[in-house]
Design a protein. Structure first.
Length: 272
């Protein structure tokens, strides 16, 4: 319906926008060539967690945690516009204004919902609702070690994509982990996804490529998330969100080993 890139650029030129924001970076179908035609005097990249690397988009909106000023010049061709406190805005407060707080040990409503969501009611529930492609083998091995040290705990993952489940189960079973310790759920509608976040005790981030939208759901639900900030912006998004929630000093760690120890300590300290 938007026509060719040339047709779309003609339409946008006619609208006379002063600022045009590009959201998709180099993801498929991002139509960067429209921006290459200079349809707006100010063209800005946003949300794509890396530099676009194009002189026709000279600005990037980020924050000082995901792109620290001292080395953002080495990672971005764009000039930075720093947004406080986190660059990753969301509208959860408008869509779910009455969401109750949640987190480890709340019991009651959250625990009773677990059976309907497919997770054991009496277990300590770790979760990661990121796409499987974000899970580095070292991260998965760390998760297995956490489950081994926290009796009765489970790790809740998404079938994202569905064919990944059999491979992850196979790797866990090779490590000696019982099949029931991994729980898989298909992609869900937004309200069910928030319920899943509410039913989680502790969210485990993927350090190589962080949670983005899923991290905002976890934090909105009041569920803590552990993170290990890296150097690249894509590995610092959770730190940005935790900083905005005044929790970075508690849930951000300098190494995967510290992350594992914290996850184990929290898991042994309570049940959902």
């Amino acid at each position: 319906p938007l026509g060719t890139d040339a047709e779309l650029s003609t339409v946008l030129n006619g609208m006379g926008f002063g600022v045009l924001v590009h959201l998709d970076g180099h993801n498929g179908g991002s139509r960067l060539s429209v921006f290459a035609m200079g349809v707006s005097p100010v063209q800005v990249a946003y949300r794509f967690c890396a530099s676009v690397g194009a002189d026709y988009i000279p600005w990037y909106m980020g924050d000082a945690v995901m792109a620290p000023p001292e080395y953002s010049a080495f990672l971005f061709t764009e000039r930075m516009v720093f947004l406080p406190p986190s660059y990753l805005a969301n509208s959860l407060s408008h869509r779910f204004p009455s969401s109750p707080p949640a987190g480890p040990g709340l019991g009651g409503e959250v625990v009773r919902s677990r059976g309907l969501l497919g997770v054991p009611e009496g277990a300590f529930v770790y979760s990661c609702f990121n796409r499987v492609l974000k899970i580095h083998p070292a991260t998965f091995r760390a998760w297995v070690s956490i489950l081994e040290r926290v009796p009765g705990s489970v790790l809740w993952l998404l079938r994202f994509p569905p064919q990944a489940e059999k491979h992850m189960r196979r790797e866990a079973e090779r490590a000696g982990l019982a099949r029931e310790r991994l729980v898989f759920t298909s992609l869900a509608e937004e309200d069910r996804f928030l319920a899943m976040s509410l039913a989680t005790d502790l969210s485990l981030d993927t350090p190589t490529c962080n949670a983005h939208t899923t991290a905002t759901y976890s934090l909105w639900a009041g569920t803590p998330q552990l993170s290990v900030p890296g150097v690249r912006p894509v590995s610092r998004v959770s730190a940005s969100l935790l900083q905005a929630a005044n929790a970075s000093g508690v849930f951000c760690f300098r190494s995967l080993e510290e992350y594992v120890e914290a996850a184990v300590a929290i898991g042994l300290g309570g049940r959902g």
